[in-house]
Design a protein around this ligand. Structure first.
Ligand code: ADP
Length: 444
């Protein structure tokens, strides 16, 4: 303005700068300065408005990050163009970081949602800030409504509350085995970890359902206890009778043979238990069968079982019969199928009435299956015991089964073998009239 104003003023005042004209010159000078100042002000205003407009565009762009849709227009003063270029590259980087963070978040949420373990996190006031579906399902609640509510509203479980409170307070991870009544009494292995740092520290807990493992562990313990119990009875008898013989029973001619017979029968029983336990353990450990599947004739299997049981049947006048098995073949392991048939026929003889009958039949059922039935005319099984006869060591009438050499493992072995071959076994019975076991197997 000064560079423009000074020559203009000098040009206009050239006459007034002569001596005696100074007053007019001062007025004119003031006028010129006012005009120049007005023009300068107008120019400054225009320029600053343009800067402000560009700055507003930049400001809007930054405020809308990371969702800025509009592109930054080119043009304007060089300084602002430079700024716009740096903002554009900054926006690209911000978008990349946000995209990556969103992807990571989505991935974590999907992983947590798919996890079989229940996961729940709380803030320092024990307010739920995350809960996956598995956790909600275990407690019969909904994951979607849990966030923001207090832990106690979501799950009324003192054990969980205590463990989370401790982790929030102490900042130390904890692990525990809990039985949670509000999760239908299921067993959970709980692992709780601190989340963040004090004083804003929250906690996260993961619950792994170990009910089945606990159940199996309990079954294993029961099984060991049952086995010990089963072994104790014959061993005690053998020892007792042996002592009696040693204490003079050998000379007791009227009874010594009877004592030895009792010892023998208990030794047979021990032997039966040992072989059945071996089979059970082979089946449990998948150690057997080593033999490959083959096409097995049901007629051969039944005849072999009849041979094994014929002596016991004959002693009680029981007839062993079977129907005609034309084309009855299954795919399976022959010696296991023989074991199934021996166990069923042996029971049908053991629990039959004298002069009774055992009938084995085989018919096709559906297109691919064979139905093999073993029916007897014996004492039958009370209806309340029917569903338990396949349990290990379960016997309806111990006093009747034990003297007959029974172990309580025959039917569990039948069930295990048949199910491993993709079949199933069922039982129906009428007390005092007889029992019928039905085995369905895939036809060859
Ligand atoms: P056990 O060695 O005692 O025969 P099982 O597992 O073979 O053991 O059978 C379990 C129980 O089921 C038997 O003790 C018996 O009470 C009952 N049971 C099995 N088969 C028959 C049957 N055909 N008739 C009556 N009761 C039976």
């Amino acid at each position: 303005m000064l560079m423009l104003g000074v020559p203009v003023a000098l040009f206009l005042l050239r006459d007034d700068l002569l001596p005696n004209h100074q007053f007019a010159a001062v007025r004119k000078l003031i006028l010129v300065i006012a005009i120049v100042a007005a023009i300068g002000l107008a120019l400054t205003l225009t320029v600053s408005k343009r800067w402000a407009a560009r700055a507003k565009v930049l400001e809007d762009f930054v405020e809308a990050l990371p969702n800025s849709q509009s592109a930054l227009p080119d043009g304007g003063p060089e300084e602002l163009q430079k700024l716009a270029r740096s903002m554009r590259s900054m926006a690209d980087r911000v978008n990349q970081v946000v995209e990556r963070a969103n992807l990571e978040l989505a991935r974590r949420e999907t992983i947590l949602a798919c996890m079989a373990e229940g996961v729940l996190s709380v803030d320092r006031d024990l307010r739920v800030n995350f809960c996956n579906d598995a956790f909600a399902e275990a407690f019969g609640t909904r994951a979607s409504g849990a966030e923001g509510r207090s832990l106690y509203e979501v799950v009324r479980e003192t054990a969980l509350r205590e463990i989370l409170e401790r982790v929030v307070r102490n900042g130390r991870a904890e692990k525990d085995l809990l039985r949670l009544p509000s999760a239908a009494g299921r067993w959970f292995e709980a692992r709780a970890l601190p989340l963040g740092l004090a004083p804003k520290r929250g906690a996260v807990i993961a619950l792994h359902d170990v009910t089945d493992i606990q159940h199996q562990e309990q079954m294993r313990k029961d099984f060991v206890a049952d086995v010990s119990h089963e072994l104790r009875t014959p061993l005690a008898s053998i020892r007792g009778y042996a002592e009696t013989l040693l204490d003079g029973g050998l000379e007791d001619e009227a009874n010594n043979r009877k004592f030895v017979e009792v010892i023998f029968s208990h030794a047979v029983r021990l032997n039966n238990i040992a072989s059945d336990l071996l089979v059970i353990s082979e089946l449990d450990n998948n150690a057997s069968p080593q033999a490959p599947n083959e096409k097995v004739s049901i007629l051969d299997v039944v005849q072999s079982a009849f041979n094994t049981c014929s002596k016991a049947a004959a002693e009680r006048g029981i007839q062993l019969k079977h129907s005609i098995f034309d084309g009855c073949f299954v795919v399976g392991v022959r010696f296991r199928l023989e074991q199934v048939m021996v166990n069923l026929v042996d029971n049908a003889v053991k629990f039959n009435r004298p002069e009774g009958e055992v009938m084995v039949e085989c018919v096709a059922t559906g297109t691919n299956f064979l139905k093999i039935t073993v029916a007897d005319t014996g004492i039958g099984i009370p209806s309340e015991d029917l569903k338990r006869v396949f349990e290990r060591f379960y016997r309806v009438d111990k006093s009747r089964s034990r003297p007959a050499g029974g172990t309580g493992l025959g039917l569990p072995i039948v069930k295990e073998v048949v199910e491993r071959m993709g079949g199933m076994v069922t039982v129906e019975s009428q007390l005092g009239r007889g029992t019928k076991f039905t085995v369905v197997l895939r036809a060859a």
